[in-house]
Design a protein around this ligand. Sequence first.
Ligand SMILES: NC(=O)c1ccc[n+]([C@@H]2O[C@H](COP(=O)([O-])OP(=O)(O)OC[C@H]3O[C@@H](n4cnc5c(N)ncnc54)[C@H](OP(=O)(O)O)[C@@H]3O)[C@@H](O)[C@H]2O)c1
Length: 309
Amino acid sequence: MRAVTIDGFGSTPAVTELAKPEPGPGEILVKVHASSLNGFDGAVIHGVFKDMLEHKFPVTLGKDFAGTVEAVGEGVERSVGDRVFGVVMKPVVCDGAFAEYVVVAEGYGIAAVPPSLDLDRAGALGLAGTAAAGVVDAIAPKAGDTVLVVGATGGVGAYAVQLAAASGATVLATAKPGAETEFVLGLGAAHAVDHTADVAAQVRAIAPDGVTGVVHLAGDPTALVELLADGGLLASTLGFGPEQAGREGITVTSVMANPDTATLDRLADAAAADTLQVPIGRTFTLDEVAEAVGAFGAGTVGKIGVSVV
Ligand SMILES: NC(=O)c1ccc[n+]([C@@H]2O[C@H](COP(=O)([O-])OP(=O)(O)OC[C@H]3O[C@@H](n4cnc5c(N)ncnc54)[C@H](OP(=O)(O)O)[C@@H]3O)[C@@H](O)[C@H]2O)c1
């Protein structure tokens, strides 16, 4: 099968021919239709996790997958032909989803694709969507709240803006003037905050007593802590936790994406009902993944798709 691999940290991703994998007990072989780029992929290439996670080279890149069940191992309840999507969750960084086939466990990181959701959108939902659900759940916004999403123009941010706005909260989303501002307003943000200008002044002009919630997906979080009202909540995907916040009377949560089936189902149902947009800006083929990684690093608006078929 064709797969996009790296031979070592820092090497350029390239298409390689690998043996088609086989599912073991409790595992599913997925014929991949679509995937998408995540920060994790670039981090793997650059060895960011080399002291934290075991890597087995050649590493096939790709966390998100959407496709059809090609074969099942012993004890698996899903059937051949079922449409599934999710996130490759393996203890060793090795066999990812930028490939014609991927083997995943049945119990975690996988859910059914609803009939009215296409596989291209499902393939861009997994990691970014569950990370967004995690941060928004952590700040539990409701009508009357004000939520600042920092990093709103990226993949996680695009979902977080929508999930926070759906709660009834007033969402302030970081975006440069122009197309980025149009993008976040189109996702349901009430205000765009230009992060290349004075963020604090713009936020204070809208919420003089501070915002009730902050979603931190990019940039320096220390100044964001000061933008919270007393009793406010901040959630970060960048490892920023309560011990670094240095302020009493607020709640800070460091979030790891949790692609359990219930969360994936929630996202897929919302996307299928068109209450959650899956904003795929550009789509690259397997042969173009190196270019896609470069595009991701150069700045994204929404998601970058990877088409496998
Ligand atoms: N903990 C977890 O489980 C988990 C899961 C998923 C993702 N993550 C992490 O969460 C972060 C967001 O992920 P992503 O996939 O959404 O990445 P992304 O697509 O690169 O999005 C980041 C966005 O933030 C913008 N940005 C950069 N600096 C900014 C600043 N100072 N203020 C406001 N916006 C800024 C970028 O815009 P420009 O185009 O202007 O640069 C970009 O649109 C990444 O660091 C990723 O590694 C963590």
